[in-house]
Design a protein around this ligand. Structure first.
Ligand code: ZN
Length: 126
């Protein structure tokens, strides 16, 4: 076990989540009650409502659940670009796609990108 294993300690906050993402890690939360895993910080399990959530590292490969192309990006962001909801095991995470991916395609977490001062995960087709 490495010293930065997120499986110990208190439930992650968005600040932790962003710091991990910038460091190249996808942090999720696993419910200690029902085992459901979410990709982004939550106060309570979306399945059973339990508040006993433990940080857990998410898989870095997954499958595109849905995708859309942003043709008119927010000010200061280059576009058009593609975003996708990616299934990472139980968890679902919205991220940018590097290149092009269709629903059902296998993608891999490769990087994070700053969007208006906040990091977003970047996935690339495998
Ligand atoms: Zn639960």
């Amino acid at each position: 076990m490495s010293s930065n294993d997120p499986s110990e300690g208190d439930a992650a906050t968005y600040a932790d989540w962003r710091a991990r993402l910038r460091a190249g890690e996808l942090l999720g939360l696993e419910c200690r009650s029902c085992g459901h895993v979410t990709a982004t910080p939550k106060r309570a399990c979306i399945e059973c409502g339990d508040r006993d959530l433990a940080p857990r590292r998410l898989p870095e490969t997954g499958e595109v659940h849905s995708e859309t192309t942003i043709n008119v990006p927010p000010a200061g962001v280059e576009g058009p670009y593609q975003v996708a909801v990616v299934d990472l095991g139980d968890a679902r995470l919205l991220g940018r796609i590097e290149g092009r991916a269709e629903v059902g395609d296998a993608v891999e977490f490769v990087d994070s990108i700053e969007m208006k001062g906040l990091p977003a995960p970047v996935f690339a087709p495998r």
